[in-house]
Design a protein around this ligand. Structure first.
Ligand code: HEC
Length: 91
């Protein structure tokens, strides 16, 4: 009974979080963002912040993720990620 409950929770939780319907806009760098920015939190952090952040803001945000949060983003990917965020989700 208990295992059944755990299984039920495992399968329903992601549905509640709405993870399934979140799609980032298409554009160069999208895969990089999906790969680098979804391991700690959901990608809707990006959508939620798009009204507030311009290129400078996204640059600062990505750097904060790397320096303060420890996001393992390759040096060579940083600019591509910032470019994508600024062009698709810039203020
Ligand atoms: C190592 C874990 C980790 C990774 C990887 C990561 N983040 Fe975050 N991010 C966090 C944490 C922790 C917070 C703060 C969450 C909170 O306060 O609820 C956060 C918050 C945010 C916020 C909300 C605004 C803010 O500054 O608090 C944005 C936007 C964001 N992340 C974007 C990104 C982007 C873009 C990437 C990919 C480059 C990324 N994150 C990768 C850990 C991570």
């Amino acid at each position: 009974m208990r295992t059944l409950l755990i299984f039920a929770l495992l399968f329903t939780l992601p549905a509640f979080a709405g993870e399934g319907d979140l799609h980032l806009k298409d554009g160069p760098g999208k895969q990089l963002v999906e790969a680098n920015c979804s391991m700690c939190h959901s990608l809707d952090y990006i959508q939620m912040n798009s009204p507030f952040l311009d290129r400078k803001g996204w640059e600062a945000s990505v750097n904060k993720m790397i320096k303060a949060m420890g996001a393992p983003v390759a040096e060579t990917d940083i600019q591509k990620i910032v470019d994508y965020l600024a062009s698709q989700y810039g203020k």
